[in-house]
Structures are given as C-alpha cells and as structure tokens.
Design a protein around this ligand. Structure first.
Ligand SMILES: Nc1ncnc2c1ncn2[C@@H]1O[C@H](COP(=O)(O)OP(=O)(O)OP(=O)(O)O)[C@@H](O)[C@H]1O
Ligand SMILES: [Mg+2]
Length: 461
C-alpha cells in the first residue's frame, strides 16, 4: 500500500471535527515519550507479529462548534456546510494538503439494523464455491425490500452455511449443494443521510464513505477481545447517546437514545436557575455523576438575568445530574435486557465501554456500573489499539505526530475511528458499505463507480 491521505469528518451535535491522517506503509511508527507508547508495547504482540505493519500520523486537525445539527442529524444545511468548511480548512492548513473527499459519520435514531438471509443452489458439476457464488448469495440477502425512504449504510456478513455446516467465514473453495449466508443490514432514513451529502457537497467536498457513528467509535476504542467476548459501546454526545452491541467479533445491534450532555446542561440551568452558558461552565468544572460521590464543597454560580451570584453545594449539582444520566443508562439497560440479555444472560461479559465527551464526567463509571449491572470502562482512542476489525493483514496504530496527546480523549472517539475505519478498508481491501439506488442517485457517477469497485474488492476477500 502506498502512503495515503485520509480525511475523517465527525459531524457532531456540538462540534465538527476534521482529522487528516497520513497512512504509512512499512515500519511501525510510534512516538517515544509524548503519548506513552513504547516499542515494547507494540512489537511481539500476536497481532503485530502477523502481517505487514501499518501506521498513521494525524497531520491535520480542525475542530469547530457545530450549529446546524440536532439530535445527531443535520437540520440546517448552510450552517452545517459552514462548520465543515471551517473544520476542513483548519485541518488542511495544518496538514498542508488539499482535501477533496471525506469519511463522514452518520448517527441518530433513524438508524436500523435488520438481519437477512440469502440461499443459492450450487449447480456446477464440481459443486465448488467460487467468488461469483458468494457474490450472488450476498446480493440475494441484500435484496430484501429496503423501502425507498431508507438507504443501506453497511452490510455485515455474519456467517456462511454450506449444506448443513454453519459458522463458515470464507466459503470459497468449499464444496456442497447449497450456499446460505446470514447478513446484517444497517439502514438509515434517506433524508438525514441525504442531508449529510448535501452539506458536504455545499462545502465543496465529497463524501467518500458514510460510516455509522458507533461503528466508527468502536474502531477507535474497543479491543478485539471485548468484541469477541461481547460488549456494549455507549457514546454519550451532545443530544444523542449512540449504543452498539458487539459479540463474536461483529456489530449485532445498534440504537440511539435521544438524550445527551446538552440535556444535562439544560437540567442544571433549570434546576439552579442559572443561564445555560453558566450551567455548561459549572458542569465542565464541578459536575459529578453520583450524588454519593460529591463532597460538600460550596461553589459560586451566576443567577439568571444578571441578578448577581448564588452559592450551591456540589452535592446539589450532582443530585440534578444523576437522575438524567440514570435515565439514559436505564433506557439502555431496558433495551439490552429485552433484546439481548433475556435470551443469553452471559452474552456481554466484557461489559460496557463508555465514550463521547460526556464520558469524561467524574463518577460516570460508578453510576453506569450501578444502573447497567456490568463492568464499565471509559473508552479513550488508543494509540496501540489492536482492534481486530481493523484489518485482516496487520494492525494500524495511531501515531500522534503533532499535538501529541490531545486526541486521546473520549470526545475524539468518532473522528479517530473514522480514520481507523478508512485505513482498515485500504489495508484489507474490504468494505461493508454499499448504497442502494436512492443513495447512488444522490452521489453522482464517481461514487457509483467506486461503490462498484469496492463491492468487487470486498467480494474478492
Ligand atoms: N469534562 C466533561 N464533563 C462532562 N461533560 C462534558 C465534558 N466535556 C464535554 N462534555 C459534554 O459533552 C457533550 C458533547 O459531547 P461530544 O463532543 O461527544 O458530542 P458531539 O459529538 O458534538 O455530539 P453527538 O455525538 O451527540 O452528535 C456536551 O454536552 C459537553 O457539555
Ligand atoms: Mg459525537
């Protein structure tokens, strides 16, 4: 693989982040000191000892406030385009490179995941499975009726079944009478997806690929054993909490709760009768997620309408925050209990990985463990993450060349994940992303050609 420039765009409700990365072939890159990654941490692990080693450097970073999104979806094309222009231009200046195409996240409660099956008879005399058969059976599984109001974002083949033998990952070369496939299809409502393309186009860039937000975050913060064993990724952002359930190395479920950090700020503003900007300030400086963990320290806050200051105990602040976070975690717990754990109570032993900027709030891990009844860790983009989904031939590593540690922050899980995802597509030559006709109409000829090219690559896996 030659050096590639990859640009990721995290369209968040509160911030738009553009990261530009340079992927490098050959020797693993790492920075000594700064990000704490030592050579011993990398060399000699089972993951890195197999296959060529990949690395990438973040060479440009643009972070600007978002003004055109609500609940994870674009509600104002021009404002969103302006945020995109600014973020990409900052990142491009730092990287000293011109960007044309972006890997962009898609989020919100319009996302759905469904499973589907395909089956074909193997009719050639030798009964041996070739790539054309694999292509045909996947196409058949994908041909489930996707309404014109929705578009396919990802397709994830789960297993192939040759006659009675299930659990096959690569059926090529095997022989049998019938080939079946079980597949997950992730779709999004066409309007919010279109609005992402439109905003990016308005800013005079192109969408290279649309990636489900929790899938991107997972690429940055999950470890392979977590995905293999079973875990839940929770990305608590501004106004949406995105959830993804993984087990046996695959994304198995995804949903969104339309609540996030801004709701906490609003609760503080109303509860303490203080302006929103002041509520945000005290949240960032003094918030604690559990009342029991807060001390009696007194803090000064502004009153509404410029009527001077008041003092409150940190415990009071925590007692406003706790119920909102408890509500978010309870909604998630209810959904996971109903859809996953009631059938397989031991399915998610690796527990919960909390990410998104709200995950930085002190005490949130304790509260999440209490409500979700599972072990919880905070997911920080990891420069030596050995995410098995990344690639089948090697392990990319994040190398922060500039601004060494600042991206090792839950707020950047999605943007780092977009880069890692893109790199994995280059490295393995596979893609999960294929648009439906409505999507393709939107994206002009070049995308159509590329989708076809990628599909070919993916099928050659
Ligand atoms: N240290 C912190 N403690 C608590 N909350 C924080 C902290 N830092 C940021 N936040 C909150 O995190 C929220 C923003 O999260 P994030 O940056 O992940 O959202 P986003 O990606 O812009 O939005 P979304 O993913 O929902 O579209 C804001 O409400 C902000 O107040
Ligand atoms: Mg986000």
């Amino acid at each position: 693989m030659k050096d590639e420039i990859i640009a990721g765009l995290d369209l968040g409700t509160t911030k738009t982040v553009c990261l530009i990365a340079k992927s490098t072939n050959g020797t693993l890159l790492f920075t000594s000191g700064g990000n704490g990654v030592k050579q011993e941490d990398i060399v000699g692990t089972p993951e890195t000892s197999s296959g060529p080693k990949r690395a990438f450097e973040i060479i440009g970073k643009g972070i600007v406030p978002s003004t055109g999104l609500h609940k994870g979806v674009v509600v104002d094309l021009e404002h969103t385009a302006e945020s995109i222009r600014l973020a990409v231009s900052k990142a491009s200046q730092q990287a000293q490179t011109k960007i044309k195409e972006l890997y962009v996240n898609v989020a919100g409660d319009h996302i759905k995941i469904e499973n589907s099956q395909g089956i074909i008879a193997l009719e050639r005399p030798d009964k041996q499975i070739i790539q054309e058969d694999v292509k045909e059976v996947i196409e058949q599984a994908k041909s489930i009726q996707v309404p014109t109001t929705r578009q396919i974002i990802h397709t994830i083949p789960l297993e192939f079944i040759v006659d009675e033998q299930s659990g096959i990952k690569v059926p090529d070369g095997m022989s049998g009478n019938r080939l079946k496939v079980n597949i997950y299809i992730i779709t999004g409502a066409i309007v919010p997806c279109q609005n992402i393309y439109k905003s990016v186009n308005r800013a005079e860039f192109k969408v290279r690929d649309l990636i489900l937000q929790p899938m991107a975050s997972a690429y940055a913060v999950l470890e392979p054993d977590e995905q293999e064993l079973g875990c839940v990724l929770i990305d608590i952002g501004g106004t949406v909490t995105d959830v993804a359930v993984f087990y046996e190395d695959k994304l198995r479920d995804t949903f969104a709760i339309p609540l996030g950090g801004i709701d906490i700020t609003n609760d503080i503003s109303i509860g303490l009768r203080t302006p929103r900007s002041e509520a945000e300030r005290i949240k960032l400086n003094y918030a604690i997620a559990c009342r029991d963990l807060a001390d009696d320290e007194i803090i000064e806050i502004l009153k509404l309408g410029g009527r001077g200051e008041q003092t409150i105990e940190k415990k009071l602040l925590a007692s406003i925050i706790e119920p909102r976070l408890e509500e978010i975690f309870s909604l998630i717990y209810r959904k996971i209990s109903r859809d996953v754990l009631q059938y397989a109570p031991t399915l998610l032993p690796a527990g919960v990985i909390l990410t998104g900027a709200t995950a930085k709030m002190p005490g949130i891990k304790n509260l999440a463990e209490y409500v979700l009844k599972m072990p919880v860790r905070i997911g920080i983009p990891n420069p030596i993450s050995h995410n098995s989904q990344l690639t089948t031939v090697g392990v990319p590593h994040i190398n922060y060349v500039r601004d060494n540690t600042s991206l090792q922050d839950p707020a950047y899980a999605t943007s780092i994940g977009l880069i890692t995802y893109a790199l994995s597509q280059f490295t393995s030559g596979k893609t999960h992303t294929m648009g439906n006709p409505a999507h393709r109409n939107l994206c002009a000829g070049h995308l159509l050609t590329r989708v076809a090219e990628r599909m070919k690559k993916w099928l050659l896996e």
